[in-house]
Design a protein around this ligand. Sequence first.
Ligand code: APR
Ligand code: PHB
Length: 389
Amino acid sequence: MKTQVVIIGGGPSGLLLSQLLHVNGIHSVILERKTKDYVLGRIRAGVLEQGLVDLMQRAGVSDRLMAEGDFHDGTVIAFEDQTFRVDFTRHTGKPVVVYGQTELTRDLYDAREKAGADIIYNVENVEIHDADGDTPSVTYQTKGNSHRIACDFIAGCDGFHGVSRRTIPQNVRNEFEKVYPFGWLGVLSQTPPVHPELIYSNSRRGFALCSMRNANLSRYYIQCPITDAVGDWSDTAFWTELKRRLPAPFADTLVTGPSIEKSIASLRSFVTEPMSWGRLFLCGDAAHIVPPTGAKGLNTAASDVHYLYSALCDHYLNNSSHGIDTYSEKALSRVWKAERFSWWFSTLMHRDPNQTPFDLKMQQAELAFLRDDDMVQAVMAQNYVGLPY
Ligand code: APR
Ligand code: PHB
């Protein structure tokens, strides 16, 4: 088999890249390790930057997003018993859109299948060959049969645990990592959101976040020790702790209900450099991970996809290699700014178990600065809605 671009990974990065290439007449094949239902079963964040919304529109996959997405002009920050609001639209002219990542992935799968895309599920033993040469190819197995796809380029959209990053030789790779000493316990419940906008809370007992998927589907998180297991937390224990971490007006009106999903996620910052090697290009979680505080995971994957699809269009449609030659440098420039914001917001809003009294004073001063200074809020708003591509 031969194609122009092999895309390893059928998550949001791979699907969006494939659809954008398709609308520009460039053929790709997606190799996905799991089934479509398994991929759609993942519960992930749901705050989209305008840049991602624009990409979905360019990909011709924005109808449901625009019809069902919830446009948010700001967010509430709670610090101990104080609350204030950061107004995204006033500072940046842009909102963010709350729309479940599962729905975005579903829309992309529907569009790719409608276009008759080549998506191969349940692939095993994927290997990348000659990525740094002139005849790259990818081999894989399905149902015990071995296959090879010759291609011009390979997009590694296979997430943190994929094969792509590991294909780049260790002596070429530089990896940067920070593991946070706490996790997030998340609950999905068929209850109305406690507030029309998100609430990020730094309480004496730790971080809490109130989010949502729609008018009757809420998503809540509380910071928890990394040693906790989901089984340690009953629904009652979760709701009790969440209420203790919210200012009274929200705690008193919170509608609780049975969890329909409950999970614990660890928090890390991670970047690998470079994001390309020969004809292999890394996109999304394959290249970088952010703590979910700033909702930058999917949105930073989207900017990678923007740079890579633009580069491939330049190659195929304009016979220019400039985009390909500068992809890693351009993508990393924005990746590091998203990493910084995610680190800053995570450090600001969580109670580190190793925090010293001085550290707490610094946190309180930073939150007061954000509460009291319009320019500081403007900087946060610019980062939250998404820096330009
Ligand atoms: N071969 C084929 N597919 C693979 C392989 C492999 N060796 N390894 C992983 N995959 C698939 C996974 O099954 C998954 O569907 O690659 C996909 C990677 O998807 P994500 O992990 O979601 O990464 P990405 O598409 O970059 O998404 C970026 O969305 O899912 C969130 O947390 C993620 O916020 C991040 C954003
Ligand atoms: C979510 O809705 O899951 C969500 C929202 C905002 C975040 C993280 C997660 O910062």
